[in-house]
Ligand binder design. Structure first.
Ligand code: PLZ
Length: 444
């Protein structure tokens, strides 16, 4: 369906970045704010499946999917078709003025496939940060309280409220004026770095004690947690942690918000990462990234009584749930519903976890392998210790990029390599990308 076929193969034909990318980068440096960073300045012209093609004709294996966005695959045929048809019919009305069906359909699909059998409603926005902002607004309105609890290593966005919710002040918050108030950070369950025998329930109790002592229940509106932390380094909390937390919030009238912006929409081998923990029942979910194959759209989905507590007119925005993006989301959600997509994420986990655990057994610079589905990571350490090894990750990321594998780092200490491939990736491409990574590890 994409205009020119994109061969699903790695092909490095120039240095990376090549001359055309370098020329484009010079233009960019003159025209674009320095505040927008550039992790890998190769300028991409087209993409399909799991391959992105740059201006110089290099074909790179994509292990990042634009940070977990093109989960269904680049230029997925059904998404391209839905967008092309929709863009020719209707591009905008503003849903809160004169509505259209696609918005409603996205909400119906999300209400159906998010965790929990309770009655649910949804509302649509443009970005992950906007979804998180609105989930907090909704929780505050429903509880008539202000306080928000977030976790160490969390990432929630780049708006004033959401950068105040991030764990890392640098680079997200520093120098950007007063942080939003009423946000408190408490300890996360981080099995690789927690005391060896600490269970999920114990880690939850540690967090709850912080909440009770430092924050108090009196003014606490919501607890916001990524069920698998994304930017923080794909930290999977110990089993039982999420359930104990939601048991506590439910018992205390606090809204539990699961930020599934990175972990949601088939990424982890379930519809949502929250589905992996029996008994974990978030009240609200924030959803974005993988929902629409690259089109910008996000959602808050959750308990109908909480979602309806906001007065009519209290939620909205000009572009939220735009018809073209909504049509793309319907195309993605229906493919997941039809079967095969979630199963593919599970197969990718099997392949990745076998290969990555082999690497860990061979190379003491790898301290931990973790994750679920097509959301897995390696945490690098100074061999024989658990000291974070950012230098190794920096070298490996460079090595992979030079060899046509687009790979992302992550982690509070920048010492994690994360795998977020489009689910359209073949086993062969995935194996080839890991071979490239292994060659880099050997050279360390
Ligand atoms: N919540 C869990 O992962 C976005 C950030 C990229 P937006 N993560 C990628 C960057 O450097 O800006 C994210 C997330 C979780 C919220 C967000 C925010 O989503 O769509 O970037 O606003």
């Amino acid at each position: 369906m994409s205009e020119l076929p994109v061969a699903q193969e790695r092909k490095v034909v120039t240095s990376i970045p090549g001359p055309k990318s370098q020329a484009l980068h010079a233009r960019r440096l003159a025209a674009v704010s320095a505040g927008a960073g550039a992790a890998l300045p190769v300028y991409i012209e087209k993409a399909h499946g799991a391959i992105v093609v740059d201006a110089d004709g290099n074909h790179l294996i994509d292990l990042g999917a634009g940070i977990g966005v093109t989960t269904i695959g680049h230029t997925n045929d059904a998404v391209v078709k839905a967008v092309q048809e929709q863009v020719a019919n209707l591009t905008h009305t503003l849903f809160t003025l004169t509505p259209y069906e696609q918005y409603v359909e996205v909400c119906e699909l999300l209400n159906k496939h998010t965790p929990g059998n309770h009655s649910k409603k949804s509302v649509l926005f443009n970005s992950g940060a906007e979804a998180v902002e609105n989930a907090v607004k909704i929780a505050r309105k429903a509880t008539r309280k202000n306080g928000i609890v977030v976790f160490d290593h969390a990432y929630h966005g780049r708006t004033n409220l959401t950068y105040s919710m991030n764990f890392k002040a640098a680079p997200y918050g520093n120098g950007f004026g007063p942080m939003a108030g009423s946000v408190q950070h408490v300890p996360m369950s981080y099995p690789f770095r927690d005391p060896a025998a600490m269970t999920g329930a114990e880690a939850a109790q540690r967090a709850i004690t912080y909440i009770e002592k430092r924050v108090g229940l009196e003014d606490l509106a919501a607890v916001v947690i990524e069920p698998i932390q994304g930017e923080g380094g794909f930290i999977v909390p110990a089993p039982g942690f999420l359930k104990a937390l939601s048991d506590w919030t439910h018992a205390n009238g606090v809204v539990l918000i699961a930020d599934e912006v990175q972990s949601g929409i088939a990424r982890t081998g379930r519809w949502f990462a929250s589905d992996w923990e029996e008994g974990f029942e978030p009240d609200l979910l924030t959803i974005a990234k993988g929902i629409a194959g690259g089109m910008p759209i996000s959602a808050v989905t959750g308990r109908a009584e909480i979602m309806d507590a906001t007065h009519p007119g209290g939620l909205g925005g000009t572009f939220g749930g735009n018809p073209v993006a909504a049509a793309a989301a319907v195309a993605v959600l229906k493919q997941i519903e039809a079967g095969g997509v979630i199963e593919r994420a599970q197969q990718i986990e099997q392949l990745l976890s076998a290969r990555l655990n082999e690497l860990k057994a061979k190379y003491p610079v790898i301290g931990d392998v973790r994750g679920r589905g097509a959301m897995m990571a390696l945490e690098f350490v100074e061999p024989g210790t658990s000291n974070p090894n950012q230098a190794a990750v920096d070298k490996l990321v460079k090595h992979c990029h030079s060899n046509g594998v687009l790979i992302l780092n992550a982690g509070t200490y920048y010492n994690v390599i994360r795998f977020l491939p489009p689910l359209a990736i073949s086993d062969d491409l995935l194996n080839e990308a890991i071979d490239v990574l292994e060659a880099g590890i050997k050279e360390l």
